[in-house]
Design a protein around this ligand. Structure first.
Ligand SMILES: *[C@@H]1O[C@H](CO)[C@@H](O)[C@H](O)[C@H]1NC(C)=O
Ligand SMILES: *[C@@H]1O[C@H](CO)[C@@H](O)[C@H](O)[C@H]1NC(C)=O
Length: 447
């Protein structure tokens, strides 16, 4: 019975030994490795050897690209690999321990900074994670980080703009001869990238650059990561451009409202106000720069100008159609231009076919002889009856006055009608002009 228990005990012990021995070995190895380790010195045995740091980056998420503040915030996974000459061991001498994990604050790390950082962290990469060290001394440091960088946003083509935001990484104190950064791949890894609602990430090329700074004679190596972004413009098309185009169409058809209905000017002014409100909303979300005007802003301003023109033109048309007495006849050139050529051009045949150029009524008035002729004949025939003659003369004078007045009135009405028709033709011409202007504005600024 005792033998059986002993065997059981030893089998259990035997099954435990390798693990506990493994951990012991790792603990011993770690303490022996770190006992004389100075993490502030470069881990090379010869001073002239550079530490070759392989740099790679994996994009996780674009948190924000603020046009107004010109800042860019994103979440990345940094991947750094280098050789540490002091963290090497013979695996078979240390219980087969092939690799160790050590907290990154306990070993030397390249002091990689984001140069164009604008956050309070100064662009430093904090030591959060552990590093993995192989027995050959290869250190792998994988670390998540959130960076805020400056990104000059060019809003000229907004909302159809493409932006390029750069992240500039480099060692802060070590020159290229001490810490030599190099790229693992020419493009950043996008395998774990989360789709952004506002931006399409086109490509992320990376570039190694050697640059000199005024401070120091030695060259420094930097890695430039360029994020090529394209804005998803659907939001702006749907929420701003579409309403604006609707207002544009309304503006064109505003000329269809009869000028004497009294609502036309109010209609145009309402459109104008709506557009100003839209422009206000737009300018709230953009930087207050005066060097460039975004395309959408230009579109709004052009539309406002068109509506403003409609208001002005409307005032003129209303004034024309209410040409109050004493009215003057339509000037000859205006009559020719509007009632003949333009009316014909815009297919207003009923107006164009009327005889506007000659005034039949006016000819009669200009030659008052037709009344007097009748009068004299009457007088010659009945010269003997003086009383009758006198009273008839008076009646005829009254009739003449009345006829004169009627003629003048008729003439005025005809003049008025002509002004009204001119206004009608002008309205049609303006409607076409504003429509054409709207199409041109849309084509130039939206395509
Ligand atoms: C590791 O140690 C074993 C045994 O001591 C030895 O045979 C081997 O050559 C060593 N390997 C290296 C790379 O030094
Ligand atoms: C630094 O790395 C680059 C490419 O990775 C290499 O061409 C260059 O020779 C290295 N410089 C030094 C001093 O080792």
């Amino acid at each position: 019975m005792k033998i059986v228990l002993d065997i059981l005990f030893f089998t259990i012990l035997a099954s435990w030994i390798p693990d506990s021995f493994g951990q012991d070995a790792a603990v011993a190895l770690k303490s022996s490795l770190l006992s004389n380790y100075d993490k502030s010195l470069r881990p090379v045995k010869s001073e002239s050897t550079p530490v070759n740091v392989d740099f790679d980056i994996s994009l996780r998420q674009i948190i924000d690209l603020a046009e107004k503040e010109q800042t860019f915030r994103l979440n990345v996974w940094l991947r750094l690999y280098w050789d540490d000459e002091y963290l090497t061991w013979n695996a078979s001498e240390h219980g087969g321990v092939e690799y160790l994990t050590i907290h990154s604050s306990e070993v030397w790390r390249p002091d990689i900074f984001l140069y164009n950082n604008i956050a309070e962290t100064y662009g430093a990469v904090p030591s959060i994670t552990d590093v993995t060290v192989t027995s050959a001394g290869r250190v792998t440091h994988l670390q998540p980080a959130i960076f805020t960088s400056a990104c000059p946003v060019d809003i000229e083509k907004f909302p159809f703009d493409k932006q390029e935001c750069e992240l500039e990484f480099g060692s802060w104190i070590y020159t290229g001869a001490k810490v030599n950064l190099s790229l693992v791949k020419p493009y950043a890894d996008r395998g774990v990238f989360t789709k952004n609602e506002e931006w399409i990430l086109k490509a992320v090329p990376m570039e190694r650059q050697v640059s000199l700074y005024p401070c120091c004679p030695e060259p420094y190596v930097t890695i430039i990561v360029t994020l090529q972004l394209e804005r998803r413009s659907f939001f702006y098309m749907f929420n701003m451009v579409l309403p604006c185009i609707t207002l544009m169409i309304l503006n064109v058809f505003g000329f269809y409202i009869p000028p004497d209905s009294g609502e036309r000017l109010g209609f145009f002014i309402t459109i104008l106000l709506a557009l100003v409100v839209f422009l206000q909303i737009l300018s709230d979300s953009l930087p207050k720069t005066s060097t460039t005007t975004p395309q959408l802003g230009q579109f709004f301003v052009a539309t406002i100008a068109l509506v403003g023109f409609s208001c002005l033109a409307s005032i003129v048309v209303i004034r024309l159609s209410y040409s109050s007495p004493p009215s003057r006849p339509l000037p000859r050139w205006l009559r020719l231009l509007l009632l003949r050529y333009l009316a014909r051009l815009f297919c207003m045949n009923t107006i164009a076919e009327e005889k506007h150029v000659v005034h039949p009524a006016r000819e009669g008035v200009d030659n008052p002889a037709f009344l007097i002729d009748d009068d004299e004949a009457f007088e010659q025939k009945n010269s003997s009856i003086i009383d009758l003659n006198l009273s008839i003369g008076e009646i005829s004078r009254h009739i003449r006055e009345f006829v004169d007045k009627a003629h003048v009135k008729k003439e005025e009405e005809e003049d008025q009608d002509e002004w009204k028709m001119a206004a009608l033709v002008l309205d049609r011409v303006l409607m076409f002009a504003v429509g054409l202007g709207s199409i041109i504005v849309c084509v130039i600024l939206l395509l």
